[in-house]
Write a new protein. Structure first.
Length: 293
C-alpha cells in the first residue's frame, strides 16, 4: 500500500479545514484498525506533534503490524550548543520509550537545515550508531522547498526524505530533485498531499487568506468534473501516479475520512498521469503552510 498514516492530528488541533479538533481515544482506535485491515503499515509521527507519541503507545502500535517514523524537533538557533546536543540525544532515547518501540523504521530531522548547523555531528553519530545496532532502519530529513538539497546530499548518506507534493506544489519534481533522490536510492515520502485539506474544501468555505488563489483551487474542481469524480480522487491521483514517490502520508481526524481516502485510492490509481494537466503554482505563500497566518 502506497499510503502511510500521518498522526499530527492525534496530538494537535491541526489543519486549515479541521473544525473538530483532535480525535478522541475511540476514534483513534477505529482509525488504526481501518489502517491495519487495509495494509497501511507505516505511521508517521514527530516529537513536535503534541502528545502523539503517547497516544500511539496507548494503542500499542509498536506491537502491531506498523512501522514507525518520528522526527526530531526543529532547532531555532544557528548552531547546536552542548546543552542542545544533550537535549536531542535525550529526545532520541525517549522516542523509543514514548512509542513503546524497540526499533523504529525511521528518524528524520524535522528541519533539514538543522543538519547543516555546527554541532549537529554528535547527534548524527548517535543516530548512525543506532542504525548500526538495527534500532533504526532509515535516517533522513523532512524538507521544504527552500532546502539546500545539493549540500545535504554532498554531506550525508540519506536513506529517506519527506517532502511536500500535491496538485499545486510540484517543486521537487520540477526542479529535478525527485529524480535525483530516486537515482540515489533514497526513499521518498510525500506529505501535504491535500495541503491541510485546503484542496478538498468548497470554494465558499475557503478562508479569506486564500482568495487570491481561488481560481487555482477551482481548477481542481473543474478537473474532477471532467473525470466525473471527486477532488479527493484527483488530489490522490497526482501523487500516486508519481513513480518517484514511495509513500503518500495522509492525516485524518475521523475514521470515516480514512475510509473515504481508501475508496478514492482505488479510483485514483486508474487515472493516467498523462491525463493530469500541470496545475502547479509557484508561490510559497500558498504552498507552504508555515507562511500562512
Amino acid at each position: 500500500m502506497k499510503l502511510a498514516l500521518g498522526t499530527v492530528q492525534f496530538g494537535l488541533d491541526y489543519g486549515v479545514s479541521n473544525f473538530d479538533g483532535r480525535p478522541g481515544t475511540a476514534e483513534v482506535a477505529q482509525i488504526l484498525e481501518i489502517a491495519e485491515k487495509n495494509n497501511i503499515n507505516l505511521i508517521d509521527t514527530a516529537i513536535g506533534y503534541g502528545n502523539s507519541h503517547n497516544v500511539l503507545n496507548d494503542h500499542h502500535v509498536a506491537k502491531r503490524d506498523f512501522n514507525l517514523i518520528t522526527k526530531l524537533p526543529p532547532l531555532n538557533k544557528a548552531y547546536f550548543e552542548k546543552s542542545d546536543v544533550d537535549h536531542y540525544l535525550q529526545y532520541i532515547e525517549s522516542a523509543f520509550e514514548e512509542l513503546g518501540a524497540d526499533s523504529l523504521y525511521g528518524v528524520l530531522f524535522h528541519q533539514s537545515a538543522d543538519l547543516l548547523k555546527p554541532g549537529v555531528e554528535a547527534i548524527w553519530q548517535r543516530l548512525t550508531a543506532l542504525q548500526s545496532e538495527k534500532k533504526i532502519s532509515k535516517l533522513g530529513v523532512s524538507m521544504y522547498a527552500n532546502a539546500d538539497c545539493k549540500q545535504l546530499l554532498s554531506l550525508y548518506q540519506l536513506d529517506l526524505v519527506q517532502l511536500p507534493y500535491n496538485v499545486l506544489d510540484r517543486y521537487f519534481e520540477q526542479t529535478g530533485w525527485l529524480a535525483q533522490f530516486r537515482q540515489r536510492g533514497i526513499e521518498v515520502h510525500a506529505r501535504s498531499i491535500f495541503l491541510q485539506g485546503l484542496l478538498l474544501m468548497e470554494s465558499d468555505k475557503v478562508p479569506p487568506y486564500f482568495k487570491p488563489w481561488i481560481s487555482n483551487l477551482e481548477q481542481i474542481s473543474k478537473l474532477a468534473e471532467t473525470f466525473n469524480t471527486s477532488k479527493l480522487v484527483i488530489s490522490l491521483a497526482y501523487v500516486l501516479q508519481q513513480k518517484a514517490i514511495d509513500q503518500c502520508v495522509v492525516g485524518v481526524n475521523k475514521a470515516r475520512e480514512l475510509t473515504d481516502i481508501l475508496s478514492a485510492f482505488e479510483n485514483a490509481i486508474h487515472i493516467a498521469s498523462s491525463d493530469l494537466p500541470d496545475l502547479s503554482v509557484d508561490d510559497l505563500a500558498l504552498t507552504n503552510p508555515a507562511l500562512w497566518p
